[in-house]
Ligand binder design. Structure first.
Ligand code: FAD
Ligand code: NAI
Length: 327
């Protein structure tokens, strides 16, 4: 049986690897130039920039074992960034004992490792049709192939768009798509002038109860990333949703102003890079299925949005779906 998987993020990759280990033939499609999805770091001449996932933690034995394998393969390492916290406008140290991991030299490295022996086609799937017990995948007018089983490992809203044909006849899909699962996040990397430095010792700063931003990080604290003058700013889901259609430059101005506000200092940006993640962070009360298999239409869905957000939960969702497909 040949299985098509749309989406080469960590969920699609975990699902693909497990299915291949179970003896299935798998083809993965992704619209990105590289694999990784929201775990992708942007390559620049100064080094990689982490605009999406910043690090990941492991709370389950299964994912902890996977992390141990990745550590042994040297595709990830422990991140020992000094952590700070801004709460009610006050900045302070906030160390803890949590182990946090990063891909090296970029965040997508573990995804690349999972997909190392798997066929990945870089194409945006624009339509899928279920006919006579088979799935046909299209990129525009081009037929990409015909498959006995389809796995969607893409964010909720993108899955809903592709599945219009079958949603009406499948009550599980209707209820999955009735409530929005993922909220947006604007991310901005700011390169400060050489003469400027922020008056802080921290590499990652949780920002709580702020109307604008939720996280700040120094890229240079991670192996392979751009130097110490590069700071990453994540905006909150609420601010990002409200300002979703601003231009990249306008959002960069807000990011610089926020940096100056929280550190109470003036700094100059020599370059900025903004990225709008339309589907980023899971809504807190979205119901968790882990993954979903619909036997009669030979369809499976996995991804972080079905399992609580986070890299670990996306990986677990992909693995769970592969195991359900083997039954
Ligand atoms: P994705 O990574 O989104 O993968 C889906 C893939 O599908 C993408 O590669 C996309 O290109 C592809 N695709 C979509 N539609 C199509 C189509 N029609 N045709 C072909 N391909 C398609 N998690 C943490 O654990 N720690 C963090 O610090 C953290 N920080 C984050 C910060 C931000 C700004 C964001 C956006 C996310 C963060 N996350 C973090 C969440 C984490 O990145 C995700 O939970 C995880 O990467 C999701 O993996 P996924 O495989 O489910 O989806
Ligand atoms: P984690 O266990 O490090 O953090 C979980 C949450 O606990 C944090 O968001 C923070 O509120 C709090 N926290 C943890 N350590 C802290 C410390 N030392 N001081 C103060 N607060 C602390 O990581 P986990 O659970 O693996 O989650 C991944 C991270 O990814 C989270 O921070 C989450 O907010 C972030 N994320 C961001 C997204 C976005 O769109 N910006 C999307 C998905 C996840």
């Amino acid at each position: 049986m040949t299985i098509a998987i749309i989406g080469a993020g960590i969920a699609g990759a975990a699902c693909a690897q497990r299915l291949q280990q179970q003896g299935q033939h798998v083809v993965v499609f992704d619209k990105g130039r590289a694999v990784g999805g929201r775990m992708s770091s942007k390559r620049t001449s100064a080094g990689y920039l982490d605009l999406g996932a910043q690090y990941f933690t492991a709370r389950t034995p299964a994912f902890s074992s996977q992390c141990q394998r990745w550590l042994a393969q040297q595709v990830i390492e422990r991140w020992h960034g000094a952590l700070g916290l801004i709460e009610q406008g006050m900045l302070g140290a906030s160390p803890d004992a949590t182990e946090r991991y990063i891909g090296i030299p970029s965040m997508q490295k573990p995804v690349q490792q999972l997909l190392a022996d798997i066929s990945v086609q870089h194409a945006e799937v624009s339509a899928v049709h279920f006919e006579q017990g088979c799935w046909q995948l299209y990129a525009g007018a081009d037929l990409l192939g015909q498959f006995q089983q389809l796995v969607l490992a893409v964010p909720q809203q993108q899955a809903a768009r592709l599945l219009q044909q079958v949603i009406e006849s499948q009550w599980q899909l209707k209820s999955l798509f009735a409530q929005i699962a993922l909220l947006p996040c604007w991310a901005v990397n700011i390169e400060l002038a050489e003469s400027d430095s922020l008056p802080v010792q921290f590499d990652g700063i949780f920002v709580k109860q702020d109307a604008q931003i939720s996280w700040l990080a120094r890229q240079g604290s991670k192996t392979g990333r751009a130097g110490p003058q590069h700071w990453l700013v994540h905006f909150t889901p609420a601010w990002s949703a409200e300002h979703l259609e601003l231009s990249a430059d306008e959002v960069a101005q807000h990011a610089l102003a926020a940096l100056q506000r929280v550190f109470n200092t003036r700094v100059k940006a020599v370059a900025t890079l903004s990225h709008r993640w339309r589907y980023a962070q899971q809504v807190a009360d979205y119901p968790l299925l882990g993954a979903l298999r619909l036997h009669d239409v030979k369809l499976g869905l996995c991804g972080d949005w079905l399992n609580g957000g986070r890299v670990e939960n996306a990986w677990l969702s992909g693995k769970q779906l592969a195991e359900e497909l083997a039954l």
